[in-house]
Design a binder for this molecule. Structure first.
Ligand code: COA
Length: 186
């Protein structure tokens, strides 16, 4: 498995693969993919973008991807989570977690390639040598492989059972102080 870093142009060129992996990994409704594509295109313009593709050496297929960027005011997720942490724990907590944060926006591995260490490698590579103090993300509020992966590298819950504006399932917002914990598998 090769992990390749993509620049902004490479990230945009890889969007079709990313959407296909996202759809398979999340069992997403195909009708949701166009709006997901618009979100990913918008994310490409965010500061400090780091995007990775996991490529299977045998087939040369992209089988996983992850990306994130530096969070800042004016970004939808950042502002929503800022308000929610402020409401729950006060502005100092929001500042502490979000003022100097790398936001992990997406991390997905094709189902037939899951549980082989690819997601962990993508996450650790995404956050390695970042200058931000923290990493933050949201994930379904459930006992999922993703949640276990995040906990295992040092993420803890900042918000639980959080419903983003517009509805949808409950999420956990998680944060870690960088660097992430690298265990024997990292
Ligand atoms: C979450 C995801 C990216 C992890 O990638 P992966 O390559 O499958 O994960 P890894 O093989 O690197 O395993 C990392 C950890 O995840 C957990 N995990 C992975 N597969 C698991 C499984 N089938 N059952 C239970 N835990 C599992 C374990 O904690 C594992 O650590 P361990 O190997 O030390 O036990 C991947 O499972 C995925 O795409 N899931 C669906 C989409 C998703 O939820 N994305 C995250 C959105 S926030």
């Amino acid at each position: 498995m090769t992990i390749t870093e993509l620049d902004r142009a490479g990230f945009l060129a890889n969007l079709g693969h990313q959407l296909a992996i996202y759809a398979a990994a999340m069992a997403a409704d195909p009708g949701d993919l166009p709006s997901r594509q618009v979100i990913m295109e918008r994310h490409a313009g965010n500061p400090g973008l780091r995007a990775l593709a996991a490529i299977d050496e045998a087939s040369q297929h992209v089988v996983g991807f992850g990306y994130g960027f530096r969070g800042s005011h004016g970004q939808w997720w950042h502002d929503v989570v800022w308000a929610a942490i402020t409401a729950a724990d006060g502005q100092a907590a929001a500042r502490d977690w979000l003022d100097d944060a790398f936001e992990v926006a997406e991390l997905h591995v094709r189902p037939d390639f899951q549980a082989r260490g690819i997601g962990r490698r993508l996450l650790l590579t995404l956050t390695a040598d970042r200058r931000e103090r923290t990493a933050v993300l949201s994930t379904r509020h459930a006992d999922t492989p993703a949640r276990r992966l995040y906990r295992s590298v040092g993420f803890s819950d900042l918000l639980t059972a959080f419903v983003f504006p517009g509805g949808g399932p409950p999420y956990a917002v998680m944060g870690a102080v960088l660097p992430l914990l690298v265990n024997q598998r990292g």
